[in-house]
Design a protein around this ligand. Sequence first.
Ligand SMILES: [Zn+2]
Length: 335
Amino acid sequence: MRWLVMPAVGSCQLVPLLSSGATGRVAISQPVGRGPLARNRPDDVRIIQDALNQVTVKGEAGGPLPFLDVDGICGPKTNAAIAHFQQVQLKIFDGVVEPNKKTIARLNEIVDPVSDDDLKVKLQLALPLVGQAINAALRNLQAVITSGPAATGPAAVATDRLNRHFRLDTLSQPEQSTARIDLFGSYTRFNTVITNPEVFNITNEDEFDLDKGNPKIALTTLKGFFEEGKEDEKTHKRLDHIHLGLGFFAPNVNAEFGAFIILHELSHFVGRSNGQNVGDEGRGWFDDLFVKPLSANQRLSNADSYAGFAQECRTGSAAKPPFVQTAPGGLGGAR
Ligand SMILES: [Zn+2]
């Protein structure tokens, strides 16, 4: 069935709509995939890529992992994902998604878009753990800052944690005390973001925008904390928000993992007390391949080091959590 639809701007165009019975949120104008039928209009390809990613997010069989880039290009990964979805869900093998046919109908059945309620639920689980981790990090730093040179008890434990995650023991005494006070300032700002979102004149939910089109877990602006009310000129993304993407809603992101992600993003978001950025110098736990060689100064500019220290302060364990993955840094900014 085809309807003549008047778009907001421009002339009328033919737009195919799904027949009644399908929910119709996932709709394409021309076939996507491989073979003679496929037209692969970029807008259509994006819709299918996004829908296939959401199959994975929903925990249904047949979705792609890792997620597809939602880039409008129907390449080998997208074709493979279409074929896999059809085989698993429908036992058909033609590799092409056509408007109004079985594959798009099944996608519509499965894909119930991630909603603001889903976001609320995720944050209600993760934010208390984030708050506990920040407060534990601040208590540890305070113990070291207020102790004498020969630390004992809680101050000695905290010193070990700072040395593990930030290599402070490789710095001179004056550099160490500056670093501790700077870290205290950064984690204090973390707390400001979590407990006083009205500082930005927005609600707690708005602080973590849901980014439906982005298969990344999260993204934020370096030092977005200081960009109140501003948006990116090109994308119109708010600079003073931490944007959570589809990856944040994947089944493997439980409360613990979610809290670690938020701590990581918070460090990009507030930056260092000396004004420098916190980037991604190396992803992973303190003794992982890409973190181990980092100097103290690099770790003080490394998001996973902030998340790792706060994580250990909260749990009391230096063991690497199962969800922490290692990867090279230097990806050119916040990820
Ligand atoms: Zn990052």
